[in-house]
Design a protein around this ligand. Structure first.
Ligand SMILES: Nc1ncnc2c1ncn2[C@@H]1O[C@H](COP(=O)(O)OP(=O)(O)OP(=O)(O)O)[C@@H](O)[C@H]1O
Length: 651
């Protein structure tokens, strides 16, 4: 077989020689291109720039499509200007627009720029922000090693697409209209050597890695359209849980990073999400990760104020004490308790409705809409709340303390006083539905209104913090710029159906007036799924037994409503011998132990199996509480990909 293989290589080499004969290429370039041509035998489709060796500086000399993706190749004696390498990449990436395979529309993540130098090159090698630099002696690095990204049929259809899109690239050694038989060197096709168990394992492995591989390399048409669209001002991506909003946001960041200079910002109000997004981005576009700042909005504001010499740190304990001091004053709180006897309700009123909206006068508060906050609050009570709020502010200032809203407000006023010296090339905000109005104003002040500057990503059905706003209140106008995603790629059909049955009213978009799609109308992509409704008295025993029944417990989470419950389950599972990790310490990198945390912490994440133990929540008397609880449940259930376990205590 080896003899046949070498014979074939030699024949390919001779054919390549004949194809390249008329080109007046420097000897080393000739050698490289010949090698590319020969690699057709192992599944690569080379296309040569028709101007080579006089290719314009900002174009590739060759493009190769094969198992390791699309290589945008520049053959250079000396290091190219980085703008040229980037322009060659972007030129090829633009040609990829519209390419699709059975798995979806092709993204830029499939492509990378490679600069090949002669063997005796002494200059810089390795990865730069824009490309990988190697010598001709190291071609195996890109042709043979590395992650396998494309199936043979995918590679062929992408190569054909490139051939159709431009006259500048000419196929060498293959004919775009003939379908060649794929052969893999060293392995006979259809051979009995391929054992059935191997095949089965390969299929299972591929199925498990599939969604991840797929979303990096292929997006659906709507997603890809939104990644590449030029928005003349702020834009918004909505869609039910699991429809790839965050994935789209990451692709758009990579797309914009390649076409701009300077930093880009990914932010959200959730503390743990930016790190997880950064990890995902790293696998999508490792060379661009330095260009993106992944940070939660409060940390951004705090660092910004620090740089301006106006440090404002939040001491949670002091803030809590300030609130408590006022809450204990019966003359202030009795009328409020009469309306709603809930400390957290009034805390939300201050944090999310008054301060979170930046309201500075009672007159404004008297008229502010409080959608999603339950019964209307009469004017006289609003005056009482205002008094409470003023006392709280006094308590804070007596302690010299700032709360989270203060930090955002100070950052906003500082930006107003002196804008950023260098604007971000783009700002992406994830989980936007849970930002306060002040938070939204801040991101708008950071981004500005320019083309492609601001992308808001969210879903009103997943709002878990009270409060609401209209975009216009933050001075943001969308004018129809936006996309709605509908295909759910995360949850298997049974889970999607289960979560879709919840009556999770979308108050957020109700405020904003835009069109929406509810989870129950999302289109499931993955079939099957397993939902277990457990009912009984000994929940600990049942949950542990269910965990033990899982074929493997990696990529599993126990999600709770409260921190107390999360701590309880951490202890129970540790004692039962499981390795567990608190969700708020997770950076999205490893999926080893069982994750335990609140649903708030789990926002934007997903797990193969999710357990939702019953917490004996007090029954909800008010409509807003019922709505909030249902949105909360929807978020929790839609974190599960394959298995969902829902506990109900009967005692
Ligand atoms: N085009 C695609 N092909 C395959 N998988 C995809 C595609 N788009 C997204 N996915 C997968 O779908 C899952 C959900 O994606 P993502 O987290 O971006 O959804 P989301 O809309 O932001 O969800 P949520 O609002 O619930 O946080 C991820 O596992 C992602 O890998």
């Amino acid at each position: 077989m080896t003899g046949t293989f070498h014979h074939r290589q030699e024949r390919l080499r001779r054919e390549a020689e004949a194809e390249l004969r008329d080109r007046l290429l420097p000897t080393w370039q000739h050698r490289v291109l010949q090698r590319f041509a020969v690699e057709h035998g192992s599944g690569w489709y080379p296309l040569l720039n028709q101007f080579a060796p006089h290719t314009p500086a900002n174009r590739p000399d060759a493009v190769l499509v094969g198992p390791q993706g699309v290589l945008v190749v520049l053959l250079r004696d000396a290091e190219p200007e980085w703008e040229d390498a980037r322009a060659a990449f972007v030129w090829t990436a633009e040609l990829l627009a519209g390419a699709s395979t059975e798995a979806g529309a092709v993204t830029e993540a499939v492509a990378r720029a490679v600069v090949v130098h002669p063997a005796d090159h002494r200059g810089r090698k390795g990865h730069s922000g824009e490309h990988l630099a190697i010598t001709e002696a190291e071609l195996d690095r890109v042709l043979r090693h590395g992650e396998r990204l494309l199936e043979p049929a995918e590679a062929l259809s992408i190569a054909r697409h490139l051939d159709c899109r431009t006259f500048d690239l000419t196929p060498i050694m293959w004919h775009p209209r003939r379908i060649p038989q794929q052969r893999t060197p060293g392995r006979a096709t259809g051979s009995a050597l391929f054992e059935v168990p191997d095949l089965r394992r390969e299929r299972v492995d591929r199925a498990l890695e599939r969604p991840f591989r797929d979303w990096r390399i292929f997006l659906d048409d709507t997603q890809l359209g939104a990644v590449r669209r030029r928005y003349s001002g702020p834009a918004r991506i909505t869609g039910p849980a699991g429809t790839g909003k965050s994935v789209l946001a990451l692709h758009r960041l990579a797309y914009l990073a390649r076409r701009t200079t300077g930093k880009l910002l990914f932010t959200t109000h959730l503390r743990t999400l930016p790190q997880i997004a950064a990890e995902q981005f790293r696998s999508l576009a490792p060379h661009l990760v330095q260009r993106i700042e992944f940070t939660h909005l409060h940390a951004w504001a705090r660092d910004f104020l620090d740089q301006r010499g106006r440090a404002a740190d939040v001491d949670e304990q002091q803030v809590e004490q300030a609130f408590e001091a006022v809450w204990q004053r019966a003359e202030l709180t009795d009328p409020l308790r009469g309306f709603r006897n809930s400390r957290s309700y009034w805390k939300d009123e201050i944090n999310r409705v008054i301060k979170g909206r930046g309201i500075s006068a009672l007159e404004t508060y008297q008229h502010v809409p409080r959608k999603g906050r339950g019964r209307p609050l009469p004017a006289e009570l609003r005056a009482r709340v205002w008094q409470f709020y003023c006392e709280y502010e006094r308590e804070l200032s007596a302690r010299g303390a700032f709360d989270h809203n203060d930090v955002l407000m100070r950052a906003l006023s500082e930006l107003d006083r002196r804008p950023l010296p260098r604007q971000y090339a783009a700002v992406v905000v994830d989980e936007v539905q849970d930002l306060t109005l002040i938070g939204l104003r801040l991101v708008h002040a950071i981004s500005g209104d320019g083309p492609d500057q601001l992308l808001l990503v969210g879903d009103g059905q997943q709002q878990v913090y009270p409060g609401g706003w209209r975009l216009s209140e933050a001075g943001i106008s969308l004018q129809g710029r936006g996309e709605i995603l509908r295909r759910n790629y995360r949850n298997r059909a049974a889970i999607l159906q289960q979560a879709g049955e919840l009556d999770a009213i979308n108050r957020f978009d109700d405020l904003d007036g835009g069109p929406t799609v509810a989870l129950r109308s999302a289109l499931p992509v993955l079939r099957g799924g397993n939902v277990v409704h457990w009912q009984g008295e000994d929940q600990e025993e049942a949950l542990i037994a269910a965990l033990r029944e899982l074929d493997e417990d990696t990529d599993t989470a126990i999600l709770t409503r409260t921190n107390g419950a999360a701590q309880h389950w951490e202890k129970v599972l540790r004692e039962a011998g499981f390795t567990v990790r608190a969700l708020d310490r997770w950076n999205g990198r490893t999926s080893g132990p069982i994750h335990i945390g609140t649903v708030h912490r789990a926002k934007g994440t997903e797990f193969r199996a999710v357990f939702l133990p019953d917490e004996r929540a007090r029954s909800h008397e008010h409509r807003d509480e019922v709505e909030a609880a249902n949105r909360h449940r929807l978020v929790a259930r839609t974190r599960a990909r394959d298995h969902l376990w829902i506990g109900t205590l009967t005692r």
